[in-house]
Design a protein around this ligand. Structure first.
Ligand SMILES: [Zn+2]
Length: 281
């Protein structure tokens, strides 16, 4: 992790429950969500305690569905000094929506987030980093609605997502607009590029690899890293979805029990790091 002269890295939390993830979208219909064991509130409180202990501020990209049901939790996050931003209403990937539906989805989400916290929402993260070559209108819609930044692009090739041609670091995707796109962090080794900003890379692989990748971005590229995780990743007690494909289950459930300790290690080494994504670049 960075030394004294390395840039401050941005920390982000994608606030969604265990049944709202892309990996299970084929087996758990949103219509069933209400009947499931909602654990996002207790998990978020655990995340807040962890960040408070480490003295680290972050950005919480939250689903509108979650904010509408847990307004008190949203106010606790904001009161602790973290930034609240949007993760869309119910985790629909942007390329499945089309321009009009996307505009409606983010407007509805923002209205609820701003109503529960009383604070302006400036940032957006697409579910599963789903702004890519198929959605040339998405950044335009974000700019039209006055967002300051988006962190919705993964400039890699991955089986579920990725936009290999996108820049690796912050760029202005709409000519004449101030909107900044801050892609999820990637590291490069030779001709290989991989997502190194958290998620499965951080949880499934050894800690040293993430540490090395973030240091490489900070020192070799001279840029801040954007790190992300989910509240469900620190919850080994969550119900198991046995009907999901084996590959999805392996990805979702591996290392849940060690994630908390791994995160504490990152946070300890990032003590005092900068808050919001927009400040990170
Ligand atoms: Zn998500």
């Amino acid at each position: 992790m960075p030394g004294a002269d390395a840039p401050l890295n941005g920390l982000s939390v994608d606030v969604e429950d265990w049944f709202q993830v892309g990996a299970f979208e084929g087996v758990i219909e949103p219509g069933r969500w209400e009947s499931l064991d909602c654990r996002v509130e207790r998990n978020c409180d655990a995340v807040l305690a962890m960040l408070g202990q480490a003295g680290v501020k972050g950005t919480f990209f939250t689903l509108g569905w979650v904010a509408e049901r847990y307004p008190a939790m949203m106010r606790r996050i904001a009161a602790a000094g973290h930034e609240i931003a949007s993760h869309g209403w119910k985790h629909d990937r942007v390329f499945t929506l089309g321009r009009e539906a996307f505009a409606a989805d983010i407007a509805r989400t923002r209205a609820v987030l701003e109503e529960v916290t009383g604070e302006k929402v400036n940032g957006y993260r697409a579910p599963s980093f789903s702004i890519d070559g198929r959605t040339p209108w998405a950044h335009e819609v974000l700019a039209e609605q006055g967002y300051a930044y988006s962190s919705s692009v993964a400039p890699i090739v991955h089986d579920h997502y990725g936009w290999r041609e996108a820049p690796r670091f912050a760029f202005r995707p709409v000519e004449g607009a101030d909107l900044l796109e801050i892609p999820v962090t990637t590291a490069e080794l030779g001709s290989r590029r991989f997502a190194a900003g958290g998620g499965g890379f951080f949880r499934l692989l050894p800690y040293a690899l993430s540490s090395w990748a973030i240091r490489r971005v900070n020192l070799r590229d001279g840029r801040p890293a954007v790190f992300y995780f989910h509240p469900w990743e620190i919850d080994p007690g969550q119900p198991r979805v046995s009907s999901a494909p084996l590959r999805s289950r392996l990805r979702h459930y591996t290392n849940l029990s060690v994630m908390g300790a791994k995160l504490r290690r990152v946070l300890d080494q990032q003590r005092g790091m900068g808050v919001a994504m927009a400040e990170g670049e």
